[in-house]
Design a protein around this ligand. Sequence first.
Ligand SMILES: Cc1cc2nc3c(=O)[nH]c(=O)nc-3n(C[C@H](O)[C@H](O)[C@H](O)COP(=O)(O)OP(=O)(O)OC[C@H]3O[C@@H](n4cnc5c(N)ncnc54)[C@H](O)[C@@H]3O)c2cc1C
Length: 294
Amino acid sequence: MTIREHVALERFTTLGTGGPARAFAEPKNLAELDEALRFAAARDLPVATIGLGSNLLAADEGVEALVLKLAGELAAVEARPEEALVRAGGGAANAVILHRARAAELGGFEFACAIPGSAGGGVWMNAGAYGGDFASVLRRARVVSAEGAGWLTPAELGLRYRHSDLRHGQVVAEVELELVPRPLDEIKEIVRDLQTRRKAAQPTNKRTFGSVFKNPEHELTAGRMLEALGLKGHRIGGAQISPKHANFIENAGGARSADAIELMALARTRAREHFGVGLVHEVELLGDLELPPL
Ligand SMILES: Cc1cc2nc3c(=O)[nH]c(=O)nc-3n(C[C@H](O)[C@H](O)[C@H](O)COP(=O)(O)OP(=O)(O)OC[C@H]3O[C@@H](n4cnc5c(N)ncnc54)[C@H](O)[C@@H]3O)c2cc1C
């Protein structure tokens, strides 16, 4: 495994922003993952794992860490229909997991058809949609860190609404998903329906990082709040609040992560002033990036 220096992260994020990672590696199995973690520990470098970068804002100035992207065996998928189980590497794309599950006539993962991330990223923030989430299908996840490795259940991972207790340096190397037998046509029908609903409501053909803010405990969702504040289409630099759905930020051309952060800060301030609500960001921030306090 090669560990490269100063690899630009912009091509690894769906928004297309982010500066260079100090070090970057793509471990293909547990032994290489171990080697990468030892490399970082020996140099006192923090470790961050990225999946498909679909929920990620990386600092424009770069990230002072060893950034890992799981590959090979750590991104492979195996369906075991006789056990109603799918085993997937943490780097496996949800789309591939869903494809394998469907071919094995295993249902329950359809909710992930519109979540363009990986298994590891899904566990990290308990990704979910349309009433389903990772917590509802995850039997256990193999978590590896410099301190050791072990299988953790959803409860041990602290999974709840768009949250886990995982910290950078803990790598979700593998997951086991407990699914249910379901005929192929039924799975296809559910996926078709969810994708149609998704396309009608969200900017699926733009560069975004999914929902910007978690939905607050309020009668209005974050998107409806920002829409009511007239923020749809508002642009700072190359980042724009989606004209289609106000809880999305699009790269409207040449965006930097700093532009997105400025838009988020503005949206949060306005939501606090008008609704008395402190919006919490759903997108993960990597490197020296933070929102100003409210
Ligand atoms: C168009 C669009 C629609 C979306 N819709 C939804 C939706 O409906 N529901 C939803 O929940 N999300 C949605 N998202 C957000 C995103 O797809 C999910 O959060 C997804 O789970 C992120 O996975 P990822 O692999 O891209 O993670 P990344 O964005 O690469 O990383 C996200 C976080 O997970 C950590 N991470 C990633 N992989 C690992 C690993 N193997 N081990 C440890 N940590 C890891 C990263 O360090 C980072 O902190 C959407 C995004 C887009 C662009």
